[in-house]
Write a protein that binds this ligand. Structure first.
Ligand SMILES: Cc1cc2nc3c(=O)[nH]c(=O)nc-3n(C[C@H](O)[C@H](O)[C@H](O)COP(=O)(O)OP(=O)(O)OC[C@H]3O[C@@H](n4cnc5c(N)ncnc54)[C@H](O)[C@@H]3O)c2cc1C
Length: 490
């Protein structure tokens, strides 16, 4: 028998929402007073995949959740500490009967932490219930039925949030090492919270989607016409099911089916990639196709620095890198292009760039990020090898140079042709524009004609190797649908 009061704990992870949080609803319905918990883990805060902007987004999300919880006279108890010690602390006051949380497909560090939590739960006789998140399933060995599972999951009706004050633990603040989250408003960066997420979603479904497909590849216009719900999905302010169902509804109310279908397909890719990461535990560290483990790419610090700082001498690459550092967002094509530039033209291992970009993306989601990084690096063996030409992309997708001018002010005063290809200026032209290539803006750090030739020769040679082909067969059998539709080749 326990002399301490018995409680259940709902541990918020990347599911910072009340709306369509079935784990939370189940926890409330368990008829045991519920403590709502968020743990700021110092080991995660200093992990190099993360940036202050992520924790600020989490704090904004918690502040917004606390507002929603006002009617129930409770709030989320925020504790700074490591798990499972935090649970130990709580267990000094209460007996935790059941711990509820989402099933997290995360980095190795969160996986190891979860293993410790599991051990702790077993030792303390605490039941740990993990609920499925966004249609990603644990324990699958292939994709034979995955699409049906995913669709069924998305079609389930969303239960309304029902709770009352007595469902929650009445806690005295001094019992918890509570730190009131103090979010700040970061200029130019999307703000956390379900309300904000819904505002982005609704404005997309109402008007912004009308130019979705036409602008999805354009670095400037995509910021306006894409959904922009990714951080809200990554941190769980919105469930994919909610977004998917609202999008389907919008079509019945007159939104363009052509545009909305393209959006909802991507919502399926979201889970498809995370499912892949879930089933390939080494993807954070090594290429999923083992045939590529022998690929040699010597690290070159000057290249890595230039790429990170947006000083490669290729204006569109530099604009993208500076923009993502400042705003936490880039559209898909530009993400693919900067990764291709890093791994193909600069011939750097994808592992040397993945954490840096993870830190910049406000929507950093390990299960999308790593599979996408490897796919864009051309190291899966099953996808097209795409080596992006940054100049061609600038001419096609930033034809008037407005995105480049915004993020690379050194080039702002030049005519568009020189703004996109400053190295084509003669000395006289440079004098005329009061601009010195190599001083005002870098000379290109690589010759992309040569780097293209080198990278494509090596990567296509690799592709023909038996070690790569054997692995490709394994990957196709494990991660594609029975009709061989390769939905990763997007
Ligand atoms: C190297 C690289 C790294 C990436 N890292 C991440 C990441 O950490 N987190 C992340 O959410 N997305 C990542 N993406 C995928 C994609 O770029 C973003 O999801 C998208 O740009 C987000 O913008 P949006 O919400 O306006 O997308 P929309 O076009 O409006 O799409 C709607 C939703 O579908 C999902 N989605 C869209 N495109 C993809 C895709 N190609 N693969 C998987 N899901 C997709 C996202 O959840 C997105 O919010 C990465 C892409 C690349 C090339």
């Amino acid at each position: 028998m326990h002399s301490k009061p018995t409680i259940n704990v709902f541990w918020f992870k990347r599911d910072l929402r009340i709306l369509d949080n079935e784990g939370l609803q189940n926890a409330i319905e368990s008829n045991t007073p519920l403590l709502l918990l968020y743990v700021f883990e110092p080991s995660l805060e200093k992990n190099s995949h993360y940036h202050q902007r992520h924790w600020n987004f989490v704090k904004q999300s918690i502040a917004s959740l606390n507002q929603e919880l006002n009617p129930y006279k409770t709030k989320i108890h925020c504790v700074r500490g490591e798990l499972p010690e935090v649970l130990d602390d709580l267990n000094n006051t209460w007996h935790i009967k059941t711990l509820f949380s989402m099933q997290e497909t995360g980095l190795n560090c969160t996986f190891n932490r979860d293993k410790k939590v599991k051990k702790w739960c077993d030792e303390q006789n605490t039941h740990w219930v993990e609920h499925i998140n966004n249609g990603v399933f644990r324990g699958l060995t292939n994709r034979a039925h995955w699409r049906d599972y995913w669709t069924n999951y998305m079609m389930q009706p969303i239960k309304p949030f029902t709770a009352s004050e007595k469902d929650f633990v009445a806690v005295k603040d001094e019992l918890l090492k509570e730190i009131p989250p103090q979010p700040v408003k970061l200029e130019g960066i999307q703000e956390g919270g379900t309300k904000k997420g819904i505002a982005y979603l609704e404005s997309f479904l109402k008007t912004r989607h009308k130019k979705y497909q036409q602008t999805i590849s354009k670095p400037e216009a995509a910021r306006l016409h894409c959904g922009r719900v990714s951080p809200y999905l990554a941190w769980g302010n919105l469930s994919v099911r909610y977004v998917w169902q609202r999008a389907k509804q919008a079509k019945t109310l007159g939104a363009s089916a052509f545009q909305i279908n393209a959006f909802t397909s991507r919502l399926r890719w979201q889970a498809h990639f995370i499912q892949k990461f879930e089933m390939e535990t080494q993807m954070e560290f090594k290429s999923v196709n083992k045939g590529y483990h022998v690929l040699e790419k010597p690290l070159k610090a000057t290249f890595i620095d230039a790429w990170e700082q947006g000083k490669t001498g290729y204006p569109l690459v530099d604009a993208c890198m500076r923009c993502v550092t400042e705003t936490g967002y880039l559209n898909f094509r530009m993400r693919a292009m900067v990764v291709s530039f890093f791994t193909h033209h600069l011939w750097q291992p994808w592992q040397a760039g993945a954490q840096f970009l993870g830190r910049q993306f406000l929507d950093f989601e390990p299960g999308i990020h790593y599979p996408q990084f490897q796919m864009q690096a051309g190291e899966t063996g099953i996808n097209m090898v795409r080596i992006y030409n940054p100049t061609k992309n600038a001419l096609e997708h930033d034809a008037d140079g407005s995105f480049i001018r915004k993020w690379v002010p050194e080039l702002a005063e030049l005519p568009t042709a020189f703004c996109i290809e400053p190295w084509t200026m003669t000395e006289i032209e440079q004098k005329g524009y009061d601009f010195i290539l190599g001083e005002d803006y870098p000379i290109p750090i690589v010759n992309i004609k040569e780097s293209y030739k080198f990278a494509s020769t090596v990567l296509w040679q690799m592709r023909r190797k038996s070690s790569v082909r054997i692995e490709s067969k394994r990957i196709l059998a494990k991660h594609t649908l029975p009709n061989r539709e390769n939905i990763m080749d997007s």
